[in-house]
Design a protein around this ligand. Structure first.
Ligand code: FES
Ligand SMILES: [Fe+2]
Length: 391
């Protein structure tokens, strides 16, 4: 984000502070509790949002920085293998061996080829089947037709996206990322995410519907109450900007330590005024991208394949320079653990209780206030993408 835009963003937050206000949605939204519990609704979301039609954000480019690097992901039922091929580009495949279906790679690493652990069939980082062990036992089996199945994948502005569906014959697999981002890329491109380093990621299950996890991030209304001891001393509560970019949105909040800056000319707000705020972007349907003062966090949420009441959360942590010594590693680990611990102990603990109570039948709907504008935009976007009427 350019400095003028950062100044404007901060000015907006200062104006809310002065007016004791926050961004306002046009009206209150009431969402049936079934949006979080209904089996048919969850299946429809998996099919339409996670079934291949929507590009899904995977992470920053530094997840697979060098030629030969790879990383394994799972999107809904599809095991995904991401590689940086010899041409330097990102490729995505179904992580499924053409022989009998074993995963050809695990975790992450660097390799020149993937040797399937089951019977040793060997694939290049471009997905081509290079060799079949004891090939003479497979007469009539054509190697050229048994490459790993390609998925659409793209890398732009230092970010990686995948569409979780197998390409049809003749399809190129390119994704128009700028069209997908709906204008948000103009803000994100100047951050130069391609230069960031991946510090650490952690994946853990959460006993909440996937949308509910996103809800916990999209409003600052709860800070003073749920995070009284942890986040509230750092950020103003119930004070946020909210902007939309097609189905995606941006939410901002103000650091308390920066409150007095409003009385100084913006020339004195530093080279990166954004450091005085927190900026969260949603990457529809289920990723969040948070620009913190000195690092970037990604929160990616995948619905469970078992039931609506569970999901898998992947927390990624990226830093501007690689952590070069023990002191730096210790500092970033502390930040990482604090972020995970706070959401797990506070947001996800009460969230799991609420998710259970949604099934009690005692409550028919949840209410999003006008002060929860980004949250309202998110649920309106989900309904729009599912072809459901606006609430
Ligand atoms: S399943 Fe991969 S070589 Fe047999
Ligand atoms: Fe929270």
């Amino acid at each position: 984000m350019k400095r003028e835009a950062q100044v404007a963003l901060l000015r907006e937050l200062f104006s809310y502070y002065e007016a004791r206000g926050t961004a306002q949605a046009e009206r209150v939204m009431r969402n049936p509790v079934s949006a979080y519990t209904d089996v048919a609704r969850w299946q429809e979301e998996r099919r339409i949002l996670f079934g291949g039609a929507h590009p899904l954000f995977v992470g920053l480019s530094c997840l697979v920085p060098n030629i030969g690097d790879y990383r394994v992901e799972t999107v809904d039922k599809l095991p995904v293998l991401l590689t940086r091929d010899r041409d330097g580009g990102i490729k995505a495949f179904a992580n499924i061996c053409s022989h009998r279906g074993a995963p050809v790679a695990q975790g992450e690493g660097t390799t020149r080829a993937f040797v399937c652990p089951y019977h040793g069939w060997c694939y290049g980082t471009d997905g081509r089947l290079l060799s079949i062990s004891d090939e003479k036992a497979f007469p009539g089996v054509e190697r050229e037709k048994l490459h790993l199945k390609r998925l659409p994948a793209a890398e732009k502005h230092g970010m990686i996206f995948v569409q979780p569906r197998v390409l049809e014959d003749g399809e190129t697999g390119s994704i128009d990322i700028d069209r997908h981002m709906g204008g948000m890329q103009a803000e994100l491109a100047p951050f130069d995410f391609a230069s960031y380093s991946h510090f650490r990621s952690e994946r853990f299950p959460v006993a909440m519907n996937w949308k509910f996890v996103i809800d916990t991030f999209l409003e600052s209304y709860h800070i003073a109450f749920l995070h009284k001891e942890t986040v509230a001393p750092i950020f103003h509560s119930n004070l946020s900007g909210a902007n939309s970019y097609g189905l995606h949105c941006r939410m901002t909040a103000l650091r308390k330590a920066a409150t007095d800056l409003r009385q100084k000319p913006d020339a004195e707000w530093g080279a990166t005024p954004l450091k005085h705020a927190i900026v969260l972007y949603t990457l529809f349907p289920s990723s969040m991208f948070i620009f913190q003062a000195d690092h970037v966090e990604t929160w990616r949420v995948m619905p469970s394949t078992e039931k609506p009441d569970e999901c898998m959360v992947d927390f990624g942590f990226y830093i501007p320079e690689p952590a070069s010594d023990e002191k730096a590693v210790k500092y970033w680990n502390k930040n990482f653990d604090l972020a995970v611990k706070t959401v797990q102990a506070e947001d996800f603990t009460i969230g799991a209780q609420m998710q259970k109570a949604f099934h009690s039948g005692a409550q028919q709907e949840v209410i999003y206030g006008r002060n929860e504008a980004a949250l309202i935009h998110f649920h309106a976007s989900v309904r729009q993408a599912l072809g459901l009427p606006a609430l």
